[in-house]
Design a protein around this ligand. Structure first.
Ligand code: CP
Length: 321
């Protein structure tokens, strides 16, 4: 039977993309980035409205989606969640249907609840086949465009990810970035080492994908990885007693400082999706040092999101979600 998953019109998670489609998006992002650098960017989204609605704070994702949409010629509407009718009790379902009734090409949504992306996709599909949902982060579930921009940054430097080893260190349990990345990296043939305390990196994470290994001593991961992604502790999602005795204890055992960074393989580099909590998971001199590619990740966010928005508005035999 033909696998139609890669024809799902919405982008809710990485699971729905095949390796082939991920590579196609990365290749298109590279082309759009080059066109932009050469002043040769076309405006394929002219006449398309892109609504961004962020129910949770964001700097990078929101700004880069809006820039990406505008660079491609779209009109952007930015809905302030704190000033939306959600504050009067309107459900996400009704918000989705209301916005879809206005006929935008794309709604980009961030929400603190896992599953909000798929719910919104079902809500818009209940009244319209014109509007595509792009998930800009839903709780601890998924952040597909972050994984795509990270993959763009990785493949810029490593090219083929097959046989590569990528370490992801920090609060994996509450991280949508880690979840989307480890699925994508598995599809592209990379091995993922997850490092951090048991309270934030439970053994059960092994079940998420076959390409995962859990490493308790982060130095073991740092010494063998081709790239190291540091993640912040998602304090806003923690419940119950603190998952470690103190921030200084966490930083000493699981933070990336210069002494640890010196143990990296030659050519290995450091990534962080942001926002960074400097002095906790990463020290200043490492975050701003020559092996850090954090600002390249941010720049690649625009290219990756241009490619995603272009894909979202392309005509094709899309499968309903
Ligand atoms: N990486 C990321 O999603 O950052 P923002 O929360 O600033 O969008």
């Amino acid at each position: 039977m033909k696998d139609l998953r890669n024809h799902t019109r919405h982008l809710v998670g990485i699971d729905e993309l095949s390796a082939e489609e991920i590579l196609k998006i990365l290749s298109r992002a590279r082309q759009l980035r080059e066109n932009e650098e050469n002043g040769a960017l076309a405006h394929p989204l002219t006449g398309v409205s892109v609504i961004t609605v962020f129910f949770e704070a964001s700097t990078r994702t929101r700004a880069s989606f809006e820039m990406a949409a505008q660079k491609l010629g779209a009109q952007t509407v930015s809905l302030e969640a704190s000033a939306s009718s959600a504050t009067k009790g309107e459900s996400l379902w009704d918000t989705g249907r209301t916005l879809a009734a206005m006929g935008p090409g794309v709604i980009v949504c961030r929400h603190r609840s896992a599953g909000s992306g798929i719910l919104l996709a079902k809500a818009v599909e209940s009244i319209s086949d014109r509007t595509v949902i792009v998930n800009a982060g839903d709780g601890a579930h998924a952040h597909p465009t972050q994984a795509l921009l990270d993959a763009l940054t990785l493949t810029d430097r490593l090219e083929d990810l097959r046989g590569r080893t990528i370490a992801i260190i920090g609060d994996i349990a509450h991280s949508r970035v880690a979840r989307s990345n480890l699925v994508l990296l598995g599809k592209l043939g990379a091995k993922v080492l997850l490092g951090g305390p048991r309270t934030l990196v439970p053994e059960s994470l092994r079940l998420l994908a076959p390409n995962i290994e859990i490493v308790r001593d982060i130095d073991d991961a740092i010494e063998v990885a081709d790239a190291i992604m540091m993640l912040r502790v998602q304090f806003e999602r923690l419940q119950g007693p603190p998952p470690f005795p103190s921030l200084s204890d966490y930083s000493r055992v699981y933070g990336l400082n210069m002494a640890r960074a010196r143990r990296m393989k030659p050519g290995a580099f450091i990534m962080h999706p942001g926002p960074m909590n400097r002095g906790i998971e990463i020290d200043n001199d490492v975050a701003d040092g020559p092996t850090s590619v954090v600002t390249f990740q941010v720049r690649n966010g625009i290219a990756a999101r241009m490619a995603v928005l272009e894909r979202a508005t392309q005509k094709g035999p899309w499968k309903r979600i």
